[in-house]
Design a protein around this ligand. Structure first.
Ligand SMILES: Nc1ncnc2c1ncn2[C@@H]1O[C@H](COP(=O)(O)OP(=O)(O)OP(=O)(O)O)[C@@H](O)[C@H]1O
Length: 770
């Protein structure tokens, strides 16, 4: 800033001796940078002149005190404005004088500048200068100047007070502008209130000549007092920023169970024939007692649905799960499992097959398996799969999602809601639920209990763990394994409905009397299975699951450049997926999409088009439909429909079935169906709006290339988004997998006329805001 700069003589004295000592302030000469000089000068500020007499100092102090008193009284009576008054920097002022006149300056007393010219006119040793100018002694001259400056300042103060008195009578809203107007009339520049200190400094510089340097010290002190009294300016409102992610290594190590650090990697291309799978059942000593296989009944069901071989995720997990007992023995080592496998790799069957195989041995119906999924559509989809596989086993499968009334769901869940039953009353063996509705039933449906749960499956686990859903996970865990009740029970202790039926509470409540030592509370035998294509290993989230000896399996392609052993999150992609991106100007995005759909080169069909929101989906759908109507010359008609959460579930069902049958070519959708939805006919996925994070990308592109089929994912990246998108892909080690596609502007010319018609219709449709 220029206020830190010092004007030096153009022609420095040849005999000037530069002194770079940090605490001295003699004429430094031009060889030292002025900024540096100013810095060096600062400590000198507090130094007193050795040459000054005590009496003189006292006199000056008294004067100073008196003047401050007057100033303070004025200030106290005057309302404050936001305008900052200029305060000269005494150091720099002194520096200017010092270098210009080549004098030694004492800064401690601004008004007591001592000048010592190189002619050396002499000093009386008490700060009196012997030389005279035009018959007026130097001292008299300084006094006169001082007086004039003081009078000038006082006049200015008076004017200011008058102005402010005038202003206080006007409305408060007009205050700042009026002050600024007045002050600019006064020879100062306007300083908008929101402007930062740099603008204020600019004003300071402009007024450099107005106030003499002799007043600098005292004004500086007053300014400091003023600044202390006035409130601190408010900080700017912070913009939202995501917290910096911890280093993957730290993330992976922080309290992560060792089983999760040493994940087992399974090659995505692994296949095992249905007849070849053997699950070893071990004795307490670890010897293999027997080899379990998939039952003939199950094999038949699987073959009926087109399953001949088991996919990698199934081949990895089934030997672990099939060997489990319905009622584990005390020495059975029960593990929890975390499975990260690509989209469409068959995770549903990886848990559906063993659950049905194990639970079909049960005699009485009790709720033994709970599957939690994030959306209603996924619950329906998984229920359909389970029902097909469980046919003929007598297992009862139900779901709660809020699609039906609460009482309807209650009657499906429990047989008896009237009698308080210690063991609860379940009509179901397997329940599939969304977390919110599940918690509703746990808290409000009598005799609905999780105490017999053998398997808790959390599908799309990262999504469910990321969203608290009324803190659903800790609630569910507490219902599986309620804490011991306080003993003895305090008076007036309220027993919750679930307390009445949970075995761990029975003793505390005096409902059972444990006389024998061996008659221990039955151990909780619920095993947790977590599945996702983007599974988190964030220690804090993993900790919330209270996992028991967890095992971690990652199913991925061995062709990947590097296997991310230690990253907090793994992203797996189907090996049959090819990925492409178009980097384009925003204005050409719709035309490029149209080109992808209508050109003979690409001719994209059987596709899902993802946008960033429901509104964007609707807008794009309208545009495509208007374009389709206008584009007659091509003769190609494309059936495009919308598929968003706004639609009724019956309507969504109808649209999906039309899409599967090929009656609809393209679905424009929000991210609602990006997760988990299994539509075998999807061969293209277009991200019209770039996904904001890697997870969204993985789940979007994962709607194609499922179950070993080929599929292509297209991402339209606006030029200004390219850096972010590529960075995101690069961080995930996935950028190289995406091929860049270029569309020449000439190729778009065929569509321009129809596009303009469509845009006009769109504008008419939305009004002028379109
Ligand atoms: N072994 C198999 N052989 C043939 N098809 C299979 C096999 N396993 C699963 N599938 C089929 O693969 C498709 C995808 O399976 P699924 O929905 O379980 O995938 P997913 O891994 O859960 O995917 P997402 O992560 O997207 O939810 C389904 O249509 C399913 O029927």
């Amino acid at each position: 800033m220029s206020s830190n700069h010092v004007t030096f003589d153009d022609h420095p004295r040849p005999d000037a001796q530069p002194e770079a000592g940090p605490s001295t302030f003699h004429s430094a000469g031009p060889s030292i940078h002025p900024d540096r000089l100013a810095l060096n000068a600062v400590p000198v500020e507090v130094k007193k002149s050795k040459n000054k007499s005590e009496a003189q100092k006292n006199r000056e102090k008294k004067k100073l005190k008196k003047r401050r008193k007057i100033e303070k009284a004025k200030k106290a009576s005057a309302p404050k404005t936001n305008k900052k008054e200029w305060k000269p920097d005494p150091v720099l002022e002194a520096l200017k004088k010092s270098t210009a006149g080549n004098v030694v300056t004492n800064l401690a007393e601004g008004e007591e500048e001592k000048q010592k010219t190189h002619k050396d006119e002499g000093s009386d040793g008490e700060g009196k200068v012997a030389g005279t100018v035009n018959g007026e002694s130097e001292k008299e001259k300084r006094r006169r100047e001082k007086r004039e400056k003081r009078e000038k300042r006082e006049r200015k103060e008076k004017r200011k007070l008058e102005r402010e008195a005038k202003l206080s009578a006007t409305s408060s809203s007009a205050l700042p502008e009026t002050i600024l107007a007045e002050e600019s009339r006064d020879g100062q520049e306007d300083v908008p209130m929101e402007e930062d200190s740099q603008s204020a400094q600019a004003v300071v510089e402009q007024n450099d000549d107005e106030v003499g340097s002799d007043a600098g010290e005292e004004e500086k002190e007053e300014d400091q007092v003023d600044r202390q009294a006035s409130p601190e300016p408010l900080e700017a409102f912070p913009l939202p920023r995501s917290a910096p992610a911890p280093a993957p290594e730290i993330l992976a190590k922080q309290g992560l169970p060792s089983g999760l650090e040493d994940a087992e990697f399974i090659d995505q291309s692994l296949r095992i024939g249905l007849d070849d799978l053997e699950a070893p059942v071990k004795t307490v000593l670890g010897d293999v007692k027997e080899l379990k296989t998939i039952s003939e009944r199950m094999k038949g069901k699987l073959r009926d649905t087109g399953v001949e071989d088991l996919f990698a995720v199934q081949a990895a997990i089934l030997p672990q799960l099939l060997s489990l007992r319905l009622n584990p023995l005390p020495y059975d080592r029960l593990h929890d499992y975390l499975i990260s496998a690509p989209t469409g790799s068959g995770k549903t069957l990886a848990y559906a097959i063993p659950i049905i195989e194990i639970l079909s041995q049960r005699i009485t119906t009790r709720l033994r398996a709970l599957i939690v999924l994030p959306t209603r559509d996924l619950v329906i989809q998984v229920r359909e799969t389970l029902e097909v596989l469980a046919k003929g086993t007598g297992l009862n499968i139900g779901s709660v999602t809020g699609q039906h009334s609460f009482t309807q769901e209650q009657s499906q869940l429990v047989a008896d809601m009237e009698t308080p039953l210690l063991g609860g009353s379940s009509k179901l063996d397997i329940l599939i639920a969304t977390p919110g509705r599940l918690i509703d039933h746990l808290t409000s449906t009598p005799n609905f209990t999780l105490q017999h749960l053998r398997f808790l499956i959390i599908d799309e686990a990262d999504r469910l763990l990321n969203q608290s859903f009324q803190n659903w996970l800790s609630q569910v865990l507490s219902y599986i394994n309620p804490p011991d009740p306080p003993r003895p029970l305090p008076e007036g202790f309220v027993v919750q409905p679930w307390d009445k039926v949970a075995p761990s509470w029975m003793e505390g409540l005096g409902l059972i009397d444990r006389k024998e030592e061996w008659n221990e509370r039955p151990p909780v035998t619920c095993q947790k299975l977590l599945f996702s294509a983007t599974l988190t290993r964030d220690p804090s989230k993993v900790a919330s699951l209270s996992l028991t000896s967890p095992k971690y399996y990652i199913i991925q392609s061995t062709n990947l450049p590097s296997i991310p052993y230690n990253i907090g999150e793994t992203f797996s992609f189907p090996s049959t997926l090819s990925e492409k991106m178009l980097i384009l100007p925003s204005a050409l995005k719709p035309l490029n999409l149209i080109h992808l759909i209508y050109s003979t080169e690409f001719s994209i069909s059987n596709g899902l088009i993802f946008t960033k929101s429901v509104e964007s989906s609707q807008r794009l759908l309208n545009l495509l439909q208007f374009f389709n109507d206008a584009f007659i010359s091509g003769g190609k008609k494309v059936v495009v429909k919308g598929y968003t959460g706004e639609l009724k579930s019956s309507e969504r069902k109808r649209i999906l079935s039309d899409f599967t049958e090929g009656k609809i070519n393209l679905l424009v959708c929000s991210d609602l169906i990006a997760r988990g939805m299994d539509l075998p006919s999807v061969s293209n996925v277009i991200s019209y709006d770039v996904p904001l994070d890697m997870r969204k990308y993985v789940h979007r592109v994962g709607r194609t290339a499922r179950a070993g089929r080929e599929g292509t994912a297209w991402t339209l990246v606006e030029k200004q988004e390219a850096l972010h998108f590529k960075g995101m892909m690069n961080t995930a080690g996935h950028l190289k997998a995406i091929r860049k596609v270029k569309v020449k502007e000439d190729d778009l010319s065929d569509y321009k006329e129809s596009y303009e018609i469509a845009m006009k219709r769109l504008k008419d449709f939305y009004g002028r805001d379109a």
